[in-house]
Design a protein around this ligand. Sequence first.
Ligand SMILES: Nc1ncnc2c1ncn2[C@@H]1O[C@H](COP(=O)(O)OP(=O)(O)OP(=O)(O)O)[C@@H](O)[C@H]1O
Ligand SMILES: [Mg+2]
Length: 251
Amino acid sequence: MPLIHLENLSRRYVMGAEVIHALRSVSLSIEKGEYVAIMGASGSGKSTLMNLIGCLDTPTEGRYQLNGHEVSSLDDDQLAEIRSREIGFVFQTFNLLPRSTALQNVELPLVYAGVSRSDRQARAIEALTHVGLLDRMRHKPNELSGGQRQRVAIARALVARPSIILADEPTGSLDSTTGAEIMSLFGELSDKGNTVILITHEESIALRARRIVRLRDGNIFADKPVLEASLPETEGEAPPGPPSPPARAGE
Ligand SMILES: Nc1ncnc2c1ncn2[C@@H]1O[C@H](COP(=O)(O)OP(=O)(O)OP(=O)(O)O)[C@@H](O)[C@H]1O
Ligand SMILES: [Mg+2]
């Protein structure tokens, strides 16, 4: 059973007399351990999809099973409970508490999860070590660089050991070098078996994932593994690919 299973999921927003179809009957399955980039033009529905996958919002229609549980009809408290257990969020603008230290920011999800103070600290220190920021744990966000802030946010996303890491334009506020460092970190998380879903509108970022889902006007119009997706779409000769595998003997 896939970790994430969306079936004919729709999200409409009603704005006075206008109805906005932000997502139109989207179906999508993501297995545990996958590394998926979600791409699409501004307004194509990426954040709407992420909010639904992240249980920040509920669909107008359709089904969403997370870890085998139907979540599309849960109430706000139940969704909050699922979020704190299953989902680690990373946002473009980091969303750190400005007056709290890196350590306190990373501890926060564990406060909500009811973890004891000493365990909280130990686990937050472990997560900060993981992102290479142990020596900055007493710093507040304004005493950190942009890349360091995003690493704190990633440590915060990881600390409760969620089953999914959801990142909405995590490199959008960073210069390209710092962005590349953050992308290496996501690559490592994926290599360690985490499920990573990342929204981006940069092709070069998306190519670091292993699968690219493309949205247009609230629909998925392409969903391909990265090797295939990175090839030219149409026309011309087939690009030189790897040689075909040798015929297997004895089958
Ligand atoms: N809360 C809301 N109320 C009304 N309409 C909304 C709301 N949120 C999003 N929309 C509309 O739904 C559509 C999809 O928005 P969404 O935020 O998912 O786009 P996006 O792909 O994330 O774009 P961007 O790349 O600019 O972040 C847009 O047309 C947007 O205007
Ligand atoms: Mg968005």
